[in-house]
Design a protein around this ligand. Structure first.
Ligand code: SF4
Length: 350
């Protein structure tokens, strides 16, 4: 593929992060093969400008590693990441600086991005230095304006992070991210440490900023209610792979993968319009170093068949706008960047 003719702002293609696992002396003596922890394994997803891609899965599904790869905080062991159609894995110094501005991160714990000894205003002003045209007083004014954008009281601008509530700190970290005028924010569990009432306020803020600034988000969370509210599309991850990806409406109305169905059924207060329900998810996520054979979900899958224990399901496109990797759904393999080929079985009969 060349250029950005698919319309993605940020896109991954077969992205992988495998961590080598050191063998014990006994394993070396036995000449046992090298092993790797496949934290992210062949992930192809994309987000368009002004849209939100939700990434959901349990702890250990690889969603946070995917986020760090998108921010280039980790180096992939395979695949590609493209921003506006251009690979960003080996950027020039200038391009690297540009990407640091265009893609920002919001984490669950704002403490990790805020200096505890610095006032709220100063922590934003130091970021504003990238805009070389602002004087010292101009930076202060801009910091106050950004705080007002995120509905943070300007009269608290000289407080330190430890003097703020959790919601206040998260608003400050959002204002700080906005200071470099990003186009995309990778938000990793940004509201999961907040009280439910504060969560709603911060989610409102994310929605408002998207509408006003045209921001795109990759929203990483274990909370289906959160992704449902914010996302245009949702990718469901299990043991490092995307097992299903669809529009939010399609995913909630008709989940195809048994893992997605189990997640939806396990979510306490989701008003889904689906008819069929599957048994709740049981068991734990398997070890990513020695994953199960065939479909890695088979030990927990209520619909597992014999083939599931032997053959890894390929990702197919059962309809133009969604993908799934499950033997219950057969069809031609999905190619992420090409015009999808619908499964004839799902085409309307003439
Ligand atoms: Fe279940 Fe088989 Fe589908 Fe895996 S491939 S999710 S085990 S039905």
């Amino acid at each position: 593929m060349t250029g950005n003719d698919d319309g993605f702002l940020l896109q991954t293609e077969g992205l992988s992060k495998h961590y080598p696992v050191r063998r014990t002396p006994l394993e070396q003596a036995r000449r046992e093969p090298e092993q790797a922890l496949k934290a992210v394994d062949g992930v192809s997803v994309g987000v368009r400008a002004g849209q939100t891609l939700g990434v959901v899965g349990e702890t250990g599904s690889g969603k946070s590693t995917l986020g760090r790869l998108l921010l280039r905080l980790e180096t992939p062991t395979g695949g590609d990441i493209r921003y506006e159609g251009e690979s960003i894995l080996t950027p020039t110094r200038q391009r690297s600086a540009q990407l640091r501005q265009r893609i920002q991160i919001i984490l669950q714990d704002p403490y990790s991005t805020l200096n505890p000894y610095q006032s709220v205003s100063k922590s934003i002003e130091e970021v504003l230095v990238v805009h070389g045209d602002l004087s010292r007083s101009g930076r202060r004014d801009e910091a106050i304006r950004l705080l007002e954008t995120v509905a943070f009281p300007a009269d608290l601008a000289d407080q330190r992070p430890d003097q703020l509530s959790g919601g206040g700190r998260q608003r400050v970290s959002i204002a700080r991210a906005l200071a470099v005028r990003p186009r995309l924010i990778v938000a990793d569990e940004p509201v999961s440490a907040l009280d439910v009432s504060v969560q709603a306020q911060v989610l409102n803020l994310f929605e408002k900023l998207r509408a006003e600034l045209g921001l795109a988000y990759v929203f990483i969370t274990h909370d289906l209610a959160v992704v449902r509210r914010l996302s245009d599309r949702i990718a469901v991850m299990y043991l490092g792979r995307v097992v299903e990806e669809a529009s939010t409406i399609d995913l909630f109305r008709r989940p195809l993968h048994p893992y997605t169905k189990a997640l939806l059924d396990a979510a306490p207060d989701l008003d889904t319009t689906r008819q069929a329900r599957t048994p709740a998810l049981t068991g734990d996520m398997p070890n990513a170093i020695t994953p199960p054979s065939g479909c890695v979900f088979h030990p927990r899958c209520p619909q597992a068949m014999d083939i599931c224990r032997r053959v890894v399901p390929v990702t197919i496109r059962p309809s133009p706008e969604r993908t799934v990797a499950c033997h219950l759904h057969t069809g031609p393999p999905a190619t992420h960047n090409e015009l999808p080929t619908p499964n004839p079985a799902e085409e309307p009969h003439p």
